[in-house]
Design a protein. Structure first.
Length: 652
C-alpha cells in the first residue's frame, strides 16, 4: 500500500519511474579490517624530465654554470674578448672556465646567461649570485653583475672586486626591483685593461625550500610536500639507464661539493634517438644527498634506483657483460653505505662531511628502471645476491617492464618471484577506460609472491592530446580505489611524471606544471593529494550487492580506518553523468557507537575535458559537511565526482 502511494506521488510530481535515481546500498564492515595500509602507500616519483630538476625543482637559475656543455657557450652570449679555457682549473672534474678581457675595443666585456628559457625574477625578492674567480692583473678587478628584464631596461646592479691569482668564491645579494619571467644575468668587466677568469657562475633565489643555499625551488618543493607522500622514488626513470652506459646516472658523481660534480647528458635530451633538447644536461646539483634530504624533509621513505648495467632499452640498448658487472653492484652496495653507514665508513663519512652524520635510514633500493628480457633478470639476480648477503634487511625492488601486461610482463613476473625480489615495480600509461576497467586489477593477484609497487602510472586521454583533464584524473581516482582495497598486495604507488616546465617538456601528461614564476596543480595532483592526505591505516571491507565496488553503476569505492584518529574514511567515485544516491551501512560498530559527524572533500566538474590552467585552477578540492544518522549515511554523489568522506565515530 505504501509502495503504491509513493508511486502515485512520484507520478503526480511529474517524475517518471524510469528517470528516478536508484539508491545503491553499500556496507562497510568496521569490525574486520582486511589489510594494513602501508605508510608508503601514496608517494612521489621524481625524475629530471621536462626540466624537472635543472630548470625546475633545483633552484639554480643559471644554465651551464660551469661551461661544461659540449658547446661551452650554450646558455651564454659572450661579448668582447671571452675565451673558454681549462688550464689550472678551479675544479678538476669540471675543468672549463672563461677568461674575460676588457681590451678596450668594446665598451665592456662579459657574458649573459639566459637561464632555463629565461630567468624568473620577482620584485622585492633577493637573489644570491656567486662566482669562482681569479685575476693575474696586478691590481684588483671589478666585476659588474646585472639582472636584466626582457625589455632590457633598469637592470638590477651589483659589483664585486676580484683580487689575486688564486681561485676564490665571491658572493653578492641582488634585490630585484621588477618582475619578469624571461630575465638574463649579465656578468661583465666594466673597466678597460682588466682581465679575469670565472667559473661556476651561479644565481639562486635566497628564498629556497628551507632556505638552503644549494636549495630547491620553494613553491615546487612545497607542492610536493603538500601531497603528503609516503615514498620518494628517485632519480628516475629512464635517466637512471642513460642514452648510453656512459651517460647512465652515477650517484657517486652527484655527491660532494656541487662545483665538482661532473655534468652528465640527460637522457631526455633525446626522444626516440632524435636529439630534441640539445641543451638538456644534468648539473647533478640536485644529487643523491639532496634527494635523501628532501625525502627526510617531506616525511617520505627514500627509494633510490640504480643502474643494473643496461642503458635505455628503447635507445642504445647497451649491455654490461656479466663478468664486468661488479663495479655496478659495488655502486649499489656503496649507496646503501652512503645512506646508512656510520661515520667511520667510507661513504658514511662522505654523508657526514656533507652535513648529515645521522643515517638516512634507507630501507629499500630499486635495481634497474623498467628493464626487460633475460638480460635484465641475469643482472638483477647478481645484484640481489650481493645486496642480500651484505644488507639482508634492505628490500629490493625489481621490474615488470614498461607495460601492464603482454609478453615482457608475463615473462618478468614469474622471474621476479623466482629471483625473490620484495617488490615489483609496475608501469602503466594507459587510456582512461583502461584505468576504469582495471579497478579490480589487483583483486586476484597472488597474495604470496612479491608485493607491488605501482611505480609509474598516469591516465593518457589520447582523445584530448593527453592533456591533464578531468577525465584522466577521475579515471585515476577510480583506479586507485582498487590499489587501496588491495593494500595487502600493493604497498606503494606513484604517479608519473611529477613535473613539467611549460616551455620545455618532453612528456605529457604530468602532475604539476610550472613556468619560471609559478606553478599549476592539475586535477591529477589533487586526486593524488586527496589520497595522500587520507590514506588511513587499515582497509575496511566495502561491498555493494556482496561485491567490491569496481565500476558497477559507474561507482568505485573503498573504505579505510584511520586508527590514529578513529575515523572511517570512504573514497567514492561516480564516473556517471547523473547523480547517484548511495546508502552506506556500517556493520560491526560497537552497540553504542555511532557516526556522529562527517565531512566530504570532493573534486567535481560537469565537463570531462575541463582542465586547470596557470593562474586559474578551477578543479580543486572543496569541502562540505554531510548528514549522518546513527550507523548509516545517505549520500547524493554528483556526476563526475570523486569524494573523500571522513566520518567521526563516537566511542560509546
Ligand atoms: O615517466 C616517464 C618515463 O616513462 C620514465 O622515465 C620511464 O621509466 C617510463 O618509460
Amino acid at each position: 500500500m505504501k509502495y503504491r502511494t509513493s508511486i502515485s506521488m512520484l507520478l503526480a510530481a511529474g517524475i517518471s519511474l524510469a528517470a528516478t535515481a536508484q539508491t545503491h546500498n553499500m556496507t562497510v564492515d568496521v569490525a574486520n579490517p582486511a589489510a594494513t595500509i602501508q605508510p608508503t602507500m601514496y608517494g612521489v616519483f621524481f625524475e629530471d624530465i621536462n626540466f624537472g630538476a635543472d630548470g625546475g625543482l633545483y633552484a639554480e637559475l643559471v644554465k651551464n654554470r660551469s661551461f661544461e656543455f659540449p658547446q661551452p657557450f650554450v646558455g651564454w652570449t659572450p661579448f668582447g674578448d671571452v675565451t673558454v679555457m681549462d688550464e689550472n682549473p678551479a675544479f678538476d672534474r669540471n675543468p672549463h672556465y672563461v677568461h674575460v678581457v676588457n681590451d678596450g675595443r668594446l665598451l665592456r666585456a662579459g657574458l649573459d646567461n639566459d637561464g632555463y628559457r629565461g630567468i624568473g625574477i620577482k620584485n622585492g625578492k633577493e637573489y644570491r649570485f656567486s662566482v669562482y674567480a681569479r685575476t693575474s692583473d696586478s691590481r684588483p678587478v671589478k666585476i659588474a653583475v646585472e639582472l636584466i628584464n626582457s625589455a632590457g631596461d633598469n637592470p638590477v646592479k651589483g659589483e664585486l672586486t676580484v683580487t689575486g691569482n688564486k681561485w676564490e668564491k665571491y658572493t653578492l645579494i641582488l634585490k630585484a626591483n621588477y618582475t619578469d619571467a624571461h630575465s638574463r644575468l649579465r656578468v661583465l668587466l666594466p673597466d678597460k685593461g682588466t682581465s679575469v677568469d670565472m667559473d661556476h657562475i651561479s644565481l639562486f633565489p635566497v628564498d629556497t625550500w628551507k632556505n638552503r643555499e644549494n636549495g630547491l625551488r620553494a613553491d615546487l618543493a612545497q607542492a610536493i610536500y603538500d601531497l603528503n607522500p609516503g615514498v620518494f622514488r628517485f632519480p628516475g626513470g629512464c635517466i637512471i639507464e642513460g642514452n648510453s652506459l656512459a651517460t647512465r646516472y652515477q650517484w657517486k658523481n652527484s655527491v660532494g661539493p656541487v662545483e665538482n660534480r661532473p655534468l652528465n647528458e640527460n637522457r631526455w635530451n633525446y626522444t626516440f634517438k632524435h636529439r630534441a633538447f640539445p641543451d638538456y644536461f644534468q648539473s647533478l646539483g640536485l644529487g643523491f644527498f639532496e634527494y635523501f634530504l628532501f625525502s627526510e624533509d617531506i616525511g617520505a621513505e627514500p627509494l633510490p634506483v640504480v643502474s643494473c648495467g643496461l642503458s635505455c632499452q628503447y635507445e642504445s640498448n647497451e649491455v654490461v657483460p656479466l663478468d664486468e658487472l661488479e663495479p655496478y653492484i659495488q655502486d649499489a652496495l656503496d649507496l646503501i653505505e652512503f645512506a646508512n653507514g656510520d661515520t667511520t665508513t667510507v661513504w658514511g663519512k662522505v654523508r657526514a662531511q656533507m652535513g648529515h652524520p645521522e643515517p638516512f635510514n634507507l630501507k629499500m633500493i630499486g635495481v634497474g628502471n623498467e628493464q626487460w628480457n633475460k638480460v635484465y633478470v641475469e643482472r638483477l639476480e647478481m645484484f640481489t645476491k650481493a645486496i642480500r648477503e651484505k644488507y639482508p634487511d634492505i628490500k629490493i625492488v625489481g621490474s615488470s617492464g614498461p607495460e601492464a601486461d603482454g609478453e615482457k610482463f608475463d615473462y618478468l613476473w614469474p622471474e621476479m618471484k623466482r629471483v625473490g625480489v620484495d617488490l615489483v615495480d609496475e608501469h602503466y600509461y594507459k587510456e582512461p577506460n583502461w584505468f576504469l576497467a582495471n579497478a579490480g586489477r589487483y583483486d586476484s593477484y597472488d597474495r604470496k609472491g612479491p608485493k607491488v609497487f605501482a611505480g609509474e602510472y598516469a591516465s593518457h586521454d589520447h582523445s584530448a592530446n593527453k592533456h591533464n583533464n578531468w577525465r584522466a584524473a577521475l579515471s585515476e581516482a577510480a583506479f586507485m580505489t582498487g590499489l587501496e582495497r588491495n593494500a595487502d598486495v600493493v604497498l606503494m604507488a606513484t604517479y608519473a611524471p611529477l613535473l613539467a616546465h611549460f616551455d620545455a617538456w618532453q612528456w605529457n601528461p604530468d602532475m604539476i606544471w610550472f613556468d619560471n614564476m609559478q606553478l599549476m596543480r592539475t586535477p591529477s595532483y589533487y586526486v593524488q593529494q586527496m589520497y595522500g592526505m587520507n590514506a588511513g591505516t587499515d582497509v575496511l571491507p566495502l561491498l555493494m550487492d556482496g561485491k567490491p565496488v569496481t565500476g558497477q553503476e559507474n561507482l568505485y569505492a573503498t573504505a579505510a580506518l584511520d586508527s590514529n584518529t578513529g575515523e572511517i574514511i570512504l573514497k567514492i567515485v561516480n564516473t556517471g553523468d547523473k547523480n547517484a544516491e548511495v546508502n552506506i551501512n556500517f556493520n560491526g560498530l560497537a552497540k553504542k557507537s555511532k557516526i556522529v559527524s562527517g565531512y566530504c572533500t570532493y573534486l567535481q566538474n560537469d565537463s570531462l575535458i575541463a582542465e586547470n590552467s596557470l593562474g586559474n585552477e578551477t578543479i580543486i578540492p572543496r569541502t562540505r559537511p554531510i548528514k549522518v544518522s546513527d550507523k548509516e549515511i545517505a549520500l547524493d554523489l554528483q556526476p563526475y565526482s570523486f569524494g573523500v568522506y571522513r566520518l567521526q565515530v563516537s566511542k560509546k
